[in-house]
Design a protein around this ligand. Structure first.
Ligand SMILES: NC(=O)C1=CN([C@@H]2O[C@H](COP(=O)(O)OP(=O)(O)OC[C@H]3O[C@@H](n4cnc5c(N)ncnc54)[C@H](O)[C@@H]3O)[C@@H](O)[C@H]2O)C=CC1
Ligand SMILES: O=C(O)CCC(=O)C(=O)O
Length: 535
């Protein structure tokens, strides 16, 4: 499936490796119009972005809410790198714009840079070089420390943190690691000691941070943490400015508590006027962690491939603002997409009130799969009657929760006679409605239950949903009235719990019906409610 029909405008706002964007240039089957325009101010970017389908950036360009609002055609933002703190993810998600990054391509370069910075910090290499350039042969000032037998604390033990630990162990350092997801087994497997941030502060000679910049990691290292540290500790930040509080670090270096810091990243970049750079104990690089030929090519290739994949298939490999599901796992649930969406779409047309809760239950085989995209499909169905709202897999759950709809997923392995059964329930202030559907081998999707009554109906076309009291003649009278209005019934399903009790009729009809026609049939005796459903 090709999503686009006109030229796709790809706007590259930061310098990217030319080899890295080669896949885009080679994708001649897609009508790609590649615009490279770097170093723009926010105002300039905003003025140039209205017709852009894809915005590609590294870390220099800040993709603000205003930029996203100005890009009325935007479908995808590509980040050629890991950190997405320069992109307003909420604004992108609200608009259903998918954000992709390149999580693996620069891991090695960032880890190597961290080790280079730590070694340079331990041996005063930049300071000594600078001194030599100034005509001094100073062998007394720059007496460093060894890494061997020192303790390195790694905070944030993801891709880069782990790679740093491997290399530090090669330098015979003892490694303490903290990460909320680090288990004792994995720590043992990697030959590091699992520790808390506080233990790292108390025991480490060197501390390096490798977390994303998040509300929880901003100022993770501040004056309280510095007070817990060993005298003469050395800090390395090749992750993001702000994880270490810059003012507190300055004070801790001036007081002599911290012997030195190696910084690749700063709260404000370019950091040409940062007071930390006035301290001789601070060595720094201008955000060069990922600046290698290999990393730049690799991250640009990864995002380029994801752009191509998106316009060819509608899916991506490295999404940031939607569940990342491997292709094989997505393939397991793909056959159920349309069914889940139709179940949501059916119920929203049955309820007369604003939905407050959506419960999606997965039973049987489907319960073994990652069902998050199916729940997103059911939500898409729920929004299908809301004009002007662009709902997709990226923003479905977000939009629902924003307007106060509680979303719940349930799973059970028994499906009572069905291989797989999806049941969708919506609750409003005064109503509860349920519908269930399945995929029949070779026959496609079927609605098999409505409001708890067993039925067998193809979820397509125009359907009349009729709630009636199970009395003789009700069906006949309804059919006669519909015939009077020239409404042809293709199929009819009747479901009831008890003789003479509440029943539901589902009629597939050839054409859509008007509000007046619905009113006309609702006036019949024993007909309690009639709704027109279009699937
Ligand atoms: N200087 C540079 O040029 C580069 C900088 N980076 C930065 O490095 C960061 C890490 O990159 P990766 O290792 O690839 O990401 P990753 O996602 O593989 O690892 C990040 C780790 O941080 C952990 N974490 C999250 N919150 C935490 C907390 N409160 N305390 C401790 N750990 C926490 C996560 O559980 C995860 O394991 C990126 O987010 C980016 O900001 C990445 C590449 C290059
Ligand atoms: O694009 C760059 O060079 C910065 C890399 C980076 O900081 C990241 O990938 O998070």
């Amino acid at each position: 499936m090709t999503v686009a029909t006109k030229a796709i405008n790809i706007f590259i706002a930061d310098p990217l490796s030319e080899d890295g964007i080669a896949p885009l240039r080679a994708a001649t089957d897609l009508d790609l119009n590649i615009i490279v325009d770097t170093g723009l101010s926010q105002e300039e970017l905003i003025s140039k972005i209205a017709d852009v389908d894809v915005l590609l950036v590294r870390s220099q360009t800040t993709v603000t809410r205003e930029v996203i609002a100005a890009a009325t055609n935007l479908k995808l933002i590509g980040r050629a790198g890991v950190g997405v703190d320069n992109i307003d993810l909420t604004a992108a998600t609200e608009r259903g714009i998918i954000v992709v990054n390149a999580p693996d391509g620069n891991t090695n370069s960032a880890a190597e840079h961290t080790i280079a910075m730590m070694t340079s910090l331990a041996r005063y290499i930049p300071q000594a070089y600078n001194s030599l350039l100034n005509g001094k042969w100073d062998r007394k000032t720059y007496v460093g420390v060894e890494l061997k037998n020192k303790t390195l604390g790694v905070v944030g033990f993801g891709r880069i943190g782990v790679e740093v630990a491997h290399r530090a162990k090669g330098s015979r350092m003892n490694v303490l690691a903290y990460d909320p997801f680090l288990t004792e087994e994995r720590a043992q497997e990697l030959g590091v000691t699992k520790a808390t941030v506080e233990e790292i502060c108390e025991q480490a000679d060197f501390i390096t941070v490798h977390t994303p910049l998040l509300p929880e990691t901003r100022n993770l290292f501040n004056k309280e943490k510095f007070a817990m540290m060993k005298d003469g500790v050395r800090l390395i930040n090749c992750a993001r400015g702000g994880i270490i509080n810059e003012d507190d670090l300055y004070d801790a270096i001036v007081s002599g508590k911290v012997a030195g810091a190696a910084l690749d990243v700063f709260i404000e970049e370019p950091a040409t006027d940062n007071k930390l750079l006035t301290l001789p104990q601070v060595i720094a690089t201008p955000h060069l962690g990922a600046s290698t030929i290999e990393a730049q090519e690799s991250v640009a290739v990864d995002v380029s491939n994801d752009i191509i994949k998106f316009f060819n298939t509608g899916t991506v490999t490295n999404p940031v603002n939607m569940p990342s599901i491997p292709k094989e796992k997505l393939a397991q649930v793909e056959p159920f997409f349309a069914l889940a969406e139709k179940l949501g779409k059916f119920l929203v047309q049955v309820t007369g009130e604003a939905v407050t809760e959506l419960n999606v239950s997965y039973a049987g085989e489907v319960a073994n799969y990652d069902v998050r995209p199916l729940t997103a499909s059911a939500i898409k169905g729920l929004f299908s009657t809301k004009q002007g709202t662009h709902v997709n897999d990226v923003n479905a759950r977000y939009l629902a929760e924003q307007i106060g709809i509680k979303i719940n997923e349930h799973k059970t392995t028994t499906a009572k006679g069905f291989t797989s059964l999806i049941t969708v329930e919506v609750k409003t202030e005064n109503e509860v409605h349920t519908i269930a559907g399945t995929l029949l081998n070779g026959l496609g999707a079927r609605i098999v239950k409505v409001e708890g009554f067993g039925v067998d109906l193809k979820p397509e076309g125009n359907i009349l949903y009729v709630k009636n009291t199970d009395k003789p003649g009700a069906i006949g009278r309804l059919a006669t009235k519909l015939a009077e209005k020239d409404i042809n019934i293709a199929t009819m399903q009747v479901g009831r719990a008890d003789v003479g009790g509440q029943a539901v009729m589902l009629l597939s009809i050839d054409n859509a019906v008007t509000t007046e026609e619905i009113q006309y049939v609702t006036e019949l005796d024993n007909i309690d409610e009639v709704k027109a459903i279009s699937l």
